[in-house]
Ligand binder design. Structure first.
Ligand code: TRP
Length: 332
């Protein structure tokens, strides 16, 4: 719009987000929103590729918007909207389906994982998930897409589809680049730091949710596994537990890892874990309060969604009409 480069990302409004999602996604978006023309979507159409309880999906969708804003994503700077409010996503996905091979989709690792986990419901949408995601990104001519490592393959296929279309017709889509952010991009499970903290971990003490109350947060950090020895130093190979906690602390206390090491030099694990828990709880409390306040102001949130969808639809519509012309759809 104003000469800034376009950045696009989305989160599915499914499970509770963990502090790993906060560090890996939202905290990065906060930094990016000033420098890019940002679109942040709530991917409800992706969410239904596995069965959802309708009432829960509805309330989680709104809760996600309130969370974005409560975390500091500024609706005056960023376009926030719900994917299903902008029909161009489904429309472009259909066209892109005809430029995507079945074999490519069958090889996607996330599809294979999910198909194994939801063997009773291996639906076409689950297989088509990466094409819808490509449509999301390409509609906005996004240059940059900040995502986690787990989305690398999906981003790669979005680039392939864009290039394929551009080569067959003429340049139509910006070929997007993934922004795989390194700093704190991976928060480990508190019970098994070699694994990524996940929304659906086997051990619920391993994951800290953005919705956890103070006591729960502190209890989970108190129980976090540490390593042999007693020194609090950042050494992921030999001290994965302590290093993970130092990463969490540095992000939530707004310090560098070196500063964090200095803060805890000579201190014991007990005191350290309590301080990490407190730093996280201190940051989450105002976010949770603001999210609750926003959720009680439905009119305000609906207003954001309405103007977000309008703006998104204008941008997306421009791309979609180019595509429709190029493939030979008759225009009146
Ligand atoms: N698939 C992404 C995830 O699960 C969410 C997503 C949907 C997305 N559409 C997107 C991310 C477009 C980036 C760009 O994390």
């Amino acid at each position: 719009m104003d000469g800034k480069k376009v950045l696009y990302s989305a989160i599915q409004p499914t499970n509770n987000l963990t502090i790993g999602n906060y560090v890996g996604a939202i905290s990065n978006w906060l930094k990016l929103q000033n420098d890019y023309d940002c679109f942040f979507a709530i991917a409800d159409m992706h969410a239904i590729t596995v069965r959802q309880e309708p009432a829960a999906l509805r309330s989680k969708t709104l809760a996600m918007l309130a969370l974005y804003i409560a975390c500091g994503i500024d609706p005056a700077k960023c376009c926030m909207y719900i994917q299903s409010h902008v029909p161009a996503h489904a429309e472009l996905a259909w066209v892109l389906n005809t430029f995507t091979y079945v074999g490519e989709m069958e090889r996607m690792t996330q599809y294979k994982d999910k198909a194994a986990r939801h063997a009773e419901n291996v639906n076409m949408g689950l297989m088509d998930y990466p094409v819808l995601m490509a449509a999301d990104i390409l509609l906005y001519q996004a240059q940059f897409v900040p995502v986690g490592e787990d989305q690398r393959q999906h981003l790669e296929i979005a680039r392939d589809i864009a290039q394929r279309f551009n080569n067959i017709y003429s340049p139509t889509f910006t070929v997007p680049e993934g922004l795989f952010l390194k700093v704190g991009a991976k928060i480990g499970d508190l019970q098994d730091p070699s694994k990524k903290m996940s929304k659906s971990a086997e051990n619920p003490n391993g994951s800290v949710f953005l919705s956890d109350d103070r006591d729960t947060v502190i209890r989970k950090f108190r129980r976090a596994v540490t390593d042999s020895g007693s020194e609090i130093v950042f050494d992921p190979a030999n001290k994965p537990g302590v290093s993970n906690l130092l990463t969490v602390y540095s992000v939530f206390a707004g310090k560098t890892v070196e500063e964090a090491e200095r803060d805890f030099a000579g201190k014991g694990y007990g005191e350290f874990k309590l301080a990490v828990g407190e730093a996280v709880a201190d940051r989450l409390a105002p976010v949770q309060a603001e999210q609750a306040r926003l959720l009680s102001d439905r009119e305000y949130l609906n207003g954001i969604l309405k103007s977000g969808a309008e703006r998104a639809a204008r941008t997306a519509g421009r791309t979609l009409s180019k595509v429709y012309k190029k493939v030979g759809f008759y225009q009146i």
